[in-house]
Design a protein around this ligand. Structure first.
Ligand SMILES: *[C@@H]1O[C@H](CO)[C@@H](O)[C@H](O)[C@H]1NC(C)=O
Ligand SMILES: *[C@@H]1O[C@H](CO)[C@@H](O)[C@H](O)[C@H]1NC(C)=O
Ligand SMILES: *[C@@H]1O[C@H](CO)[C@@H](O)[C@H](O)[C@H]1NC(C)=O
Length: 401
């Protein structure tokens, strides 16, 4: 009896392994196919069929991690099994904070989904380095464009936040300005056969209601982190080098970047953190017109890993060291279209000055009181420095002094 069960389980795991890609599209029909196939293989074994059925029922109704199995194999939900190996890094299970094609085929901002943003002239003029320059400071720009909503940024408050557009001025992702001619974003935002425009100084993406205009610049070249893995989003970072520098202004500044030497996470866990973007508030929702600000509290990687192990990622899930987690305050969260945006935390002892610690990468659903996961800037800072030096670009634009 035991041996029959074992052989049966082997067949199940083989069939499951070979179908794992299609499962996300039609779980039940594939489950039925497997059950039918097994009917042919061993149609006398009712016990085995029951086992298979309950296995699939269990999957379709629960998002919790499985209980330890008594069988003599490693019982793993089908989506955690990759060719016989347990999926420990969450490959293909994350939800990247990407603009969603199915919802908004033209990926535009605002309520009129298919209308591109108004084209505006590309900057040409080259400027020198301002003498009083300091990264990480926002501005208080007076005017009637403040909205008293907890999740809306003020104009000029997070002036390093950039929009990534395609050549039709359609919204692709968020980024952060780290040098007048360099934007940092995630690798999962980039389609290497596309061309991009970066926009900074923006607030109301559907109108021109701001007292200082935004600026656009064409992206000249893109470098994706050499260790980026698309399935599990490790090293999810890309640098965009622009044709000409942006002019720094009250609504345009560079972000200060965290590195392992300047960063004390224990300290940052107490500080005020926020992420910005124009993504939707709910999955499949419309994009924000006005810049979104979500306040976050950082959590440690072990605690984040524990929380994520209770989800469909499973109890073997291992959070990679290039990730950083945070939980949105009051249940607010980032969502689709926020990918690539900066997560900044107030530098202790320097009120209103912020350090970029993360790049918005992925989550499981939106606003479910689960951690949002970011690329940890400190873990890729060395690579950024190298790419900058290779181009003779001044790293003091993102170094807090
Ligand atoms: C969270 O809720 C408190 C109390 O209602 C409120 O004062 C605060 O502004 C809220 N913060 C955010 C980020 O929503
Ligand atoms: C990347 O861009 C090319 C050219 O616009 C397009 O054909 C392709 O479908 C895109 N790939 C993805 C994954 O979006
Ligand atoms: C944003 O711009 C649109 C279009 O001009 C306008 O209708 C809307 O009121 C603006 N929103 C804010 C908050 O200024």
């Amino acid at each position: 009896m035991h041996r029959v069960l074992l052989v049966g389980l082997l067949i199940v795991s083989l069939l499951i392994g070979s179908h794992s890609q299609r499962f996300s599209k039609g779980k039940s029909s594939i489950a039925n196919t497997i059950v039918n196939t097994l009917d042919e293989i061993s149609n006398q074994n009712d016990k085995l069929k029951m086992l298979i059925r309950s296995f699939f029922d269990y999957q379709s109704t629960s998002t919790k991690a499985p209980e330890p199995a008594e069988a003599e194999c490693l019982c793993t939900p089908f989506y955690l099994c990759n060719n016989g190996e347990v999926n420990k890094d969450g490959s293909k299970l994350f939800e990247p904070r990407l603009a969603q094609e199915s919802v908004n085929p033209c990926k535009t901002l605002g309520e009129i989904c298919c209308e591109p943003l108004a084209p505006s002239p590309l900057r040409k003029k080259v400027e020198g380095i301002p003498s009083n320059f300091a990264c990480g400071f926002g501005s208080e720009i007076p005017g009637d464009y403040y909205i008293s909503a907890a999740t809306t940024a003020k104009f000029g408050e997070y002036p390093w936040t950039a929009l990534l557009l395609n050549l039709k001025y359609q919204y692709q992702c968020v980024g952060s300005l780290i040098h007048p001619e360099v934007v940092l974003t995630t690798a999962h935002c980039i389609n290497e056969s596309e061309k991009y425009i970066a926009r900074v100084g923006e607030w109301n993406a559907t109108g021109k209601t701001e007292p200082i205009a935004h600026q656009n610049m064409r992206v000249k070249s893109i470098v994706i982190h050499p260790k980026f893995v698309v399935d599990n989003l490790m090293y999810n970072a890309a640098l965009l080098f622009l044709e000409n520098p942006f002019k720094l202004d009250r609504n345009v500044n560079t972000a200060c970047l965290a590195d392992s030497s300047t960063l004390s996470y224990t300290q940052l866990q107490k500080s005020k953190c926020a992420a910005t973007g124009w993504g939707s508030d709910v999955p499949k929702g419309v994009y924000r017109r006005v810049m979104k600000k979500i306040e976050f509290s950082l959590i440690s990687n072990p605690s984040c890993q524990n929380q994520l192990r209770k989800t469909r990622l499973g109890k073997w899930f291992q959070l990679h060291q290039t990730f950083l987690c945070a939980i949105g305050k009051n249940g607010s969260d980032l969502c689709n279209g926020d990918g690539g945006g900066p997560l900044v935390c107030e530098i202790s002892g320097q009120p209103l000055r912020y350090l970029q610690v993360g790049i918005t990468s992925w989550g499981l659903d939106c606003a479910q009181n689960l951690p949002s996961v970011f690329t940890k800037v400190a873990s890729i800072k060395h690579w950024i420095d190298q790419e900058m030096s290779a181009r003779n670009l001044d790293t003091s634009y993102y170094t807090p002094m």
